[in-house]
Design a protein around this ligand. Structure first.
Ligand SMILES: Cc1ncc(COP(=O)(O)O)c(C=O)c1O
Length: 439
């Protein structure tokens, strides 16, 4: 019989895992002992009902886009790119360098590492037209992901009980942050062509809102990129009403057939608050973003950021800065563009062939998602259930609407693992539609 002898390293690893689960206990110099089993007792937390009262805002479910997929699933639901699309070699090398630096043991300034602040300001400033003053490094604040920036911006420039205009549909996390901040969401009809400018004007006029949250480039979920005249019109409207535009540039690195032209680069009057995330393009584990704001709004946002998180891990900031300042980062982005184009086209083709009733609203010129309209009578919950039972995860469009959905939609992400399975995924969606998962 073959004998298996575990190496001391393997044994130590196993013991550490058991200790972390509370199953064994190590006593230095004595040995490792199995912990006696504890009696499982049923706890009664009923008293909390009285202490907490009714929730002031609805308690959110975990968004479908954040669900962890089983290994064998075809995951079209997620919001995060597969590791094949990340600059993994650059990230690992940056961590190695950062681990040898003082970043491991020092506290960075509250607004971020000055070099990273400068990087965010310089990138945005590079897109500024002649005659528009570019932002300074001091205008930038480094964030632990742009989600916390949304929260800070909504609290700082809108405030509880006051109106905030939002495109509908829009990013579910922005809807969630707005609800948690207690702001009153005012939906503005939008779609693959961007928001309706007349409706926007009417909403400012009617509500007296002082801010609009929007994604002018490759919006999540619709993929919309605003045409230049719409961008001009929205900027003009925001200025006219003495309001802010909170511009979420989440997909800056995911241009496919177009570059990103941030509106913030064209505003030196402090009207545009600009959010730029690195989470999805550098690594979901290097959760770093920047917010660029000018004037008193910047100080108010910083106060909220500090109340939330004090400062961002210097190690993560050092890694993010290292990655985006390597010459190989540009090379990576060029190859990413091609990979995204191929994946996007593959999924569109698969849907056309296998699920003709699913209508891709427009071919996005960037971003990670297809926005797909389904036949009017589709019961989204049943359709999702049928797809999941066949091993395909999809995200229901309803989660992206701050008001009633305008129809049944799916958001399908083409940056997940295993594009080779797109055809199979589309087939499952097509069959589920064909079986009439209708209301
Ligand atoms: C439109 C949009 N904004 C912001 C975020 C949050 O980004 P981060 O990971 O930097 O917090 C996301 C993430 O899915 C997003 O899709």
């Amino acid at each position: 019989m073959a004998q298996y002898e575990a190496s001391p390293v393997t044994v130590q690893k196993a013991l550490r895992a058991l200790a972390a689960q509370g199953m064994v206990e190590s006593r230095p110099g004595v040995g490792t002992f199995v912990r006696p089993g504890r009696l499982a007792r049923i706890s009664d937390y009923g008293w909390q009902t009285g202490a907490l009262g009714s929730p002031q805002t609805p308690i959110p479910q975990v968004s479908t886009a954040l669900r962890t997929a089983p290994n064998d699933a075809i995951a079209l639901h997620s919001g995060y790119p597969d590791r094949d699309l990340l600059p993994e070699r650059l990230v690992r090398a940056a961590f190695t360098r950062a681990a040898r630096s003082d970043a491991t043991v020092s506290r960075p300034p509250a607004a971020g590492l000055p070099e990273l602040q400068a990087w965010f300001a310089t990138e945005l400033g590079a897109a500024a037209p002649l005659g528009t003053a570019p932002p300074t490094p001091g205008d930038a604040i480094v964030l632990p992901g742009s989600q916390s920036g949304l929260n800070a911006a909504f609290r700082a420039v809108v405030g509880a009980g006051r109106p905030l205009l939002m495109e509908s549909p829009t990013y579910w996390g922005a809807i969630l942050a707005a609800a948690q901040a207690g702001v009153q969401i005012v939906p503005v009809p939008s779609g693959v062509g961007g928001p309706n400018p007349d409706e926007l004007t009417r909403a400012f006029e009617r509500t007296g809102a002082r801010a609009l949250y929007a994604q002018p480039n490759f919006a999540n979920p619709t993929g919309a990129q605003w045409p230049p005249d719409l961008a001009d019109q929205v900027l003009e409207t925001v200025r006219h009403y003495g309001a802010f535009l909170i511009e979420d540039d989440w997909a800056h690195d995911f241009g496919i057939a177009a570059e990103v032209a941030p509106l913030a680069a064209r505003d030196d009057g402090g009207h545009v608050i600009y959010l730029r995330s690195l989470t999805k393009s550098v690594s979901p584990s290097v959760r770093v973003a920047g917010i660029v704001a000018r004037g008193p709004a910047r100080g108010r946002i910083l106060a909220h950021v500090q109340a939330d998180s004090l400062y961002v891990s210097g190690l993560l900031q050092a890694v993010a800065l290292d990655v985006v300042t390597q010459p190989a980062w540009r090379t990576h982005l060029r190859s990413l563009r091609q990979q995204l184009a191929a994946r996007r086209d593959l999924l569109i083709e698969a849907l056309r062939a296998q699920a003709p009733a699913a209508n891709v609203e427009a071919v996005p010129r960037g971003g990670l998602n297809l926005w797909v309209r389904l036949p009017e009578a589709t019961d989204l919950a049943r359709l999702m259930g049928a797809c999941e039972a066949a091993g395909v995860l999809v995200a229901p469009g309803d989660e992206w609407f701050p008001a009633e959905p305008t129809g049944p939609f799916l958001r399908l992400n083409y940056s997940g693992p295993n594009p080779g399975a797109f055809s199979e995924g589309a087939k499952v969606i097509g069959e589920a539609l064909g079986r009439g998962n209708t209301t």
